[in-house]
Design a protein around this ligand. Structure first.
Ligand code: ACO
Length: 332
């Protein structure tokens, strides 16, 4: 049996936050020109938890859209898996809250791989489906990044948005046009210090000192991460192409993780992927971590950019460090 993505869905919060919010409303020393030229970000959506807009809420909405796309009910799912670094609360998982909200029955768990969460999780879910352990998995990349950002730190707070993107992964017969192909996943834990939330776990439990120093919020050495991101994405995709005997011409659409427009364009140029085959959503939605690839896939489908038989390339880099490449053939 093989596995394929047979439906997609997405959710973005209604609240749109343009770049001007950071200098006009928050009074940060930044400006539109810097943000657009250094990141490609023009605006983003941020969740409003006072209206119940949490990670599991966004995941549930994306899953509902995905179920509607598939013409299925929540009861048809064997499992719900959520890739996230921003759970509603430390315990239990976002997947369990999502399962309850959907009224689903299957098993449910979260997976942590930061911006690589979608590519890592797609591989895990595809393996469960190929092995027969589950026939239908709702896999959601969901992140409520505004809940872990320091809105006094101009280096990080301008970079992220909130969203959820869902894909349905199903067992399909061998002659079905859709396939989730193998992935190439990588990690280097020695890079942890360059992008992290230092406190809030067992090492540095939250106390007043931690809160005062904002150690429970995202810290990033942007320049170091940028350098690693471009070279790692290029290297992993080249190795993947070689191992899969693929050529850049075989790729109909490149859907990279949306961390920075300059990272995406530098990687695409070095891989010789043309601009019209590269999906960019960071201008409208910023970096939505595990949600960036599935929401970009759903948007690309809506814009008519995905056809049956198309080979789609996903590539990512994120905290950990974690990175990887994966392709699927679209089949519905
Ligand atoms: N507005 C104005 N100036 C700023 C801002 C801002 N918002 N942020 C930083 N600056 C300043 C810096 O302080 C620095 O000033 P200095 O030279 O006086 O020290 C200057 O701008 C240049 O800073 P750089 O860090 O060199 O800027 P760079 O061009 O590298 O862009 C950025 C910074 C956008 C963060 C970039 O490095 C980046 O995108 N990094 C990678 C992000 C990423 O891929 N993250 C991984 C995924 S996230 C995840 O896994 C959760």
């Amino acid at each position: 049996m093989k596995a394929a993505i047979t439906a997609t869905g997405r959710y973005f919060p209604a609240r749109e936050v343009p770049n001007s919010y950071f200098y006009d409303d928050l009074g940060l020393d930044t400006n539109d020109e810097w943000i657009v030229s250094r990141t490609g970000i023009e605006t983003r959506r941020l969740a409003d938890p006072s209206k119940g807009e949490t990670c599991s809420f966004m995941a549930t909405q994306a899953a509902r859209a995905c179920l509607a796309d598939a013409g299925l009910e929540a009861g048809d799912l064997d499992a719900i898996v959520v890739a996230t670094v921003t759970p509603d609360q430390p315990l239990p998982s976002v997947a369990c809250f999502t399962q309850a909200a959907l009224g689903a029955k299957g098993f449910a768990f979260d997976l942590v791989a930061a911006c690589s969460g979608f590519v890592y999780g797609l591989d895990v879910c595809a393996a469960m489906v190929e092995s027969g352990r589950a026939k239908r998995v709702m896999f959601i990349g969901a992140d409520h990044m505004s809940s872990i950002l320091d809105f006094a730190d101009r280096n990080t707070c301008i970079l992220f948005g909130d969203a959820a993107g869902a894909v349905l992964i199903e067992q399909v017969p061998d002659d079905h046009p859709g396939t989730i192909h193998r992935s190439l996943l990588r990690a280097d834990g020695t890079g942890a210090k360059h992008l992290q939330i230092p406190a809030g776990g067992g090492r540095l439990p939250i106390d007043e000192g931690i809160l005062a120093e904002r150690m429970h919020k995202v810290k990033q050495e942007g320049r170091v991460v940028f350098r690693h991101a471009v070279s790692s994405i290029v290297k992993v995709v080249r190795q993947y192409f070689e191992e899969e005997q693929l050529d850049v011409e075989d790729v109909a659409l490149f859907i990279p993780h949306q961390a920075n427009r300059r990272i995406i364009e530098a990687a695409a140029d070095r891989l010789r992927v043309p601009r019209d085959k590269t999906v960019i959503t960071i201008d409208r939605f910023a970096n939505t971590t595990a949600a960036s690839i599935p929401t970009a896939l759903d948007l690309a489908r809506e814009e008519g950019r995905v056809k049956v038989g198309d080979r789609l390339l996903f590539a990512t880099f994120g905290a950990g460090f974690t990175w990887g490449a994966q392709t699927i053939t679209w089949g519905v």
